[in-house]
Design a protein around this ligand. Structure first.
Ligand SMILES: Cc1ncc(COP(=O)(O)O)c(C=O)c1O
Length: 332
């Protein structure tokens, strides 16, 4: 494995399963669809951050940290998994969330609390600024904080997805499958950067097709190439990455980050009813909505084999209950 030399704390139930989606494939009239179940990584309801945190927490422990501090949105899956990872490793955790405290603590926010994290809201200031201030206060009181960037999307965290694409590659080879594309949500870019590094290093042939969640394509391409280059350096691989080789579809940004619209609602419902699998309103719902559209418009061919990477997040569904139920006939 490319990542064997790096410190790692085992937090996830890995490898996660690869499953075929025959009913969804039929509902869409092809292509042949599979799903990589990173919603089943097992860390307090799972998700892609488990893989990044295995390397991130190991780095924090190596530096003598006793407290993890990180940042996110109110329904951050990353913060919830960081809180769980901290609990598992006997560390304290502080999460700095954007904006003001909501009146109802639900979904991931409720779980942050249950998992023992201290929750701080950034108000009108940036989350990063508040996190730095919190870290200084922790140091002043004798603690050793370690600040993890949003989404753990730096060269340390992205390494988790270098290992992940190796994992998927060996699962596909074992089943004599070839993926024409791997489709996934991209937001803070670490998942995509890690996948790009691993894919290039092992010669993975499928296209890595990101659905942008909240950024225009050019920004996604530049950021992914940057994180990928840093990640490859961390692994001792001197690979270069150009923004042009990074694939991202930015036609599905909707009304903005974390604002669920009809495409996400349809994708969540279709996946749930065809396959009994729960997506989330912010990331995987949007990514699946993008995939469905790219299939319907013929951008992705009916004769292809596509792996959809489920990156988790279903804990956020409960915070969107009213919107998910809007217009539903509950009496049928
Ligand atoms: C469920 C889920 N999927 C996908 C992503 C995107 O991953 P990344 O931030 O590494 O691009 C995130 C986090 O941002 C997430 O919580």
């Amino acid at each position: 494995m490319l990542t064997d030399a790096l410190p790692r704390v085992r937090l996830g139930d890995l490898p996660t399963p690869v499953e075929e989606l025959p009913r969804l494939t039929r509902a869409l009239g092809g292509p042949r669809l599979f799903i990589k179940r990173d919603d089943q990584t097992g860390l307090a309801s799972g998700g892609n951050k488990t893989r990044k945190l295995e390397f991130t927490v190991a780095e924090a422990l190596r530096q003598g940290a006793d407290t993890l501090i990180t940042v996110g949105g109110v329904q951050s899956n990353h913060c919830r998994q960081t809180a769980a990872a901290a609990a598992r490793c006997g560390l304290r955790c502080i999460v700095v969330l954007r904006g003001q405290a909501p009146t109802t603590w639900n979904g991931n926010l409720l779980l942050d609390h249950l998992l023992g994290a201290r929750v701080v809201f950034s108000g009108n200031r940036t989350r990063e600024e508040v996190a730095e201030e919190v870290a200084k206060a922790e140091e002043a009181s004798g603690h050793h904080p370690h600040v993890i960037p949003v989404g753990a999307s730096n060269a340390v965290g992205a390494v988790g997805f270098v290992a992940a694409i190796e994992e998927l590659d060996s699962q596909l080879k074992e089943r004599k499958l070839h993926a024409d594309r791997v489709v996934f949500a991209s937001s803070s870019f670490g998942t995509q950067a890690g996948l790009c590094v691993g894919a290039k290093a092992i010669g993975f042939k499928g296209q890595l097709a990101a659905i942008a969640i909240d950024s225009p394509r050019e920004e996604l391409q530049t950021q992914v190439a940057e994180i990928a280059a840093a990640t490859s350096r961390r692994l001792g691989l001197q690979m270069s990455f150009s923004p042009n080789e990074v694939v991202g579809y930015d036609g599905y940004l909707g009304a903005g980050y974390a604002i669920m619209g009809e495409p996400e609602r349809e994708a969540i419902s279709l996946m749930a009813r065809c396959e009994g699998i729960l997506l989330d309103p912010v990331y995987t719902g949007r990514a699946m909505a993008g995939l469905i559209d790219l299939i319907r418009t013929g951008e992705f061919g009916k004769d292809e084999t596509i792996v959809f990477w489920h990156t988790g997040g279903s804990a956020a569904l409960f915070a969107y209950a009213d919107q998910l139920l809007a217009g539903a006939n509950l009496d049928r």
